[in-house]
Design a protein around this ligand. Structure first.
Ligand code: HEM
Length: 211
């Protein structure tokens, strides 16, 4: 099996997805400190920034993983598309697949658009205000809160299939443990996307959010 074979591409896709999933878990845990007030969130952000030169190194690695994941995802999407038999009026190709699995390419595009806006707002800026004020003033604008909540729903769908697909592509799954893996990936998805969806909702609805 070479890395450019179909199986190789799927394995790389799963591996890059797993690394992105690990980033999301860390980012989600860090962001969950917003629920404990501005001091907790700012302390977390300061700790993160105190890692110094490790941060640009980590960000470079993350960028590389994102690029691999997006390029492979696009390649696999077009490969699957052209390999698909002629469509009949009743499309049976979705039989048995979950909503998360069927919408992977589309939720992927939504997440990519989200990421461009997100990084422009929170990352590629002059860090002259406290990070808690930045998050609060951004997410308290209804349009951004709506944009974030919608993107986080797309993220939930994407990772609902992603975690499961990762186990399958790496051959870690086994009929005996299938239901355990399914439940495990569902629990991780619900907790993680719950955190990400709750943040813009809290920002919109709670007057004391990040106070
Ligand atoms: C409500 C949800 C989210 C909030 C409140 C949030 C908040 C933040 C903040 C404050 C930063 C800047 C960190 C700093 O420099 O101090 C950041 C960076 C970043 N976020 Fe998010 N984020 C959210 C969701 C996401 C999601 C879903 C993704 C990925 C799909 C993501 C990817 C990133 C990346 C790649 C960075 C830059 C790397 C870094 O500085 O650690 N974020 N986010």
């Amino acid at each position: 099996m070479t890395l450019l074979s179909s199986v190789g591409k799927k394995s790389l896709m799963a591996l890059s997805g797993m690394l992105l999933g690990m980033f999301l878990i860390i980012h989600g845990i860090g962001n969950a400190t917003t629920f404990f007030g501005r001091n907790a969130f700012n302390t977390y952000a300061e700790k993160l920034h105190s890692l110094g030169f490790l941060i640009p190194l980590f960000e470079l690695g993350l960028l590389g993983v994102f690029i691999v994941h997006i390029l492979l995802g696009t390649t696999l999407f077009f490969q699957n598309f052209s390999a698909r038999p002629v469509r009949y009026e009743v499309d049976k190709s979705s039989g048995g697949r979950t909503l998360g699995s069927r919408t992977m390419p589309y939720t992927g595009v939504i997440i990519l658009i989200f990421l461009c806006v997100h990084l422009a707002q929170f990352h590629f800026i002059e860090h002259s205000v406290m990070v808690s004020d930045l998050v609060k003033t951004t997410l308290q604008q209804p349009l951004y809160a709506l944009f974030y909540s919608t993107a986080m729903i797309a993220l939930a769908l994407h990772i609902s299939h992603g975690f499961w697909s990762f186990l399958q592509s790496l051959g870690i799954n086994h009929p005996k443990y299938d239901s355990t893996f399914h439940i495990g990936s569902l629990i991780v998805t619900i907790i993680l996307s719950g955190i990400f969806i709750l943040i813009p909702l809290c920002a919109m609805m709670l007057t004391n959010f990040l106070l």
